[in-house]
Ligand binder design. Structure first.
Ligand code: ATP
Length: 143
């Protein structure tokens, strides 16, 4: 079984129930979950920018971190067969408009708004899944 980090972004928080239903129907299980509001710049911790570190040079970075800290998110560790790819397929294409054209039943087609406000996040590799799970659910074990 594989694990991945799934996040319901602020624009889709009110659809959490529908998204959980989608996760359940796909035979993935939620093994950890947390609702939190990511902090932004100018604070001791800057969680939104840390989470999307890899995108800091992109033109959309500032919009992205602004959006990601605009309200609560729900982060979940999912487990299942090929969980990483399975969850990304359920999400659909990054841009919600593209998702509505090319992946009609997907989470982003159903609940996303546009290219930035796209309802959900999913880790894209085993390495990023490990990093992102640790981001939201730090292990106290390390010794
Ligand atoms: P995520 O990493 O959130 O699952 P993704 O892997 O589909 O999404 P990335 O390319 O990693 O997409 O981009 C991270 C996030 O940045 C996207 O989910 C979206 O919110 C935002 N984003 C990506 N590309 C654009 C863009 N061209 N314009 C505006 N926002 C974008």
């Amino acid at each position: 079984k594989e694990r991945t980090l799934a996040m319901v972004k602020p624009d889709a928080l009110s659809r959490l129930g529908d998204i959980l239903e989608t996760i359940h129907a796909a035979n993935l299980i939620v093994i950890k979950a947390k609702m939190t509001t990511l902090t932004l710049y100018g604070q001791t911790e800057s969680e939104a920018s840390d989470f999307y570190m890899e995108h800091q040079s992109k033109p959309f970075f500032s919009n992205l971190v602004q959006f990601m800290s605009s309200g609560p998110v729900v982060a979940m560790e999912l487990m299942g067969d090929e969980a990483i790819g399975a969850w990304r397929r359920l999400l659909g294409p990054t841009d919600s408009a593209t998702a509505r054209q090319e992946a009609q039943g997907s989470v982003r087609a159903r609940f996303g708004t546009d290219g930035t406000q796209n309802a959900g996040h999913g880790s894209d590799s085993v390495a990023s899944a490990a990093r992102e799970v640790e981001f939201f659910f730090p292990s106290t074990a390390g010794h």
